[in-house]
Design a protein around this ligand. Structure first.
Ligand SMILES: [Zn+2]
Ligand SMILES: [Zn+2]
Length: 96
């Protein structure tokens, strides 16, 4: 299996100044640390796609929610659609 190169994700985190692309928050900044994460829209283990357009930068809360709730990502609208009908938009975007 190909090893994940984290350099692209790290540069994307910097691009967004460690803010979540969904909620725009960086709650950890006041503590002097960064805990934002990179999520692969097409799971990397299946797609092996580590390109920037397959990654979103999101906070740990949104990351956990997405993995638990498994929303559908509608790329042309930049929204996650959850099973319960909730839609959540990528608010901050400079690379998708
Ligand atoms: Zn968030
Ligand atoms: Zn993920």
């Amino acid at each position: 299996m190909r090893k994940l190169n984290r350099a692209i994700g790290e540069s994307l985190k910097l691009l967004y100044n460690y803010r979540c692309q969904i909620c725009g928050e960086n709650i950890s900044a006041r503590y002097g640390v960064n805990i934002v994460e990179s999520h692969h829209l097409d799971p990397f283990v299946k797609s092996l796609n580590n390109n920037p357009e397959n990654q979103v930068i999101i906070c740990p809360n949104h990351h956990r929610i997405i993995h638990r709730a498994r929303p559908v990502f509608v790329r042309r609208k930049l929204i996650f659609v959850y099973n319960n009908g909730v839609e959540e938009r990528i608010m901050v975007n400079q690379h998708l």
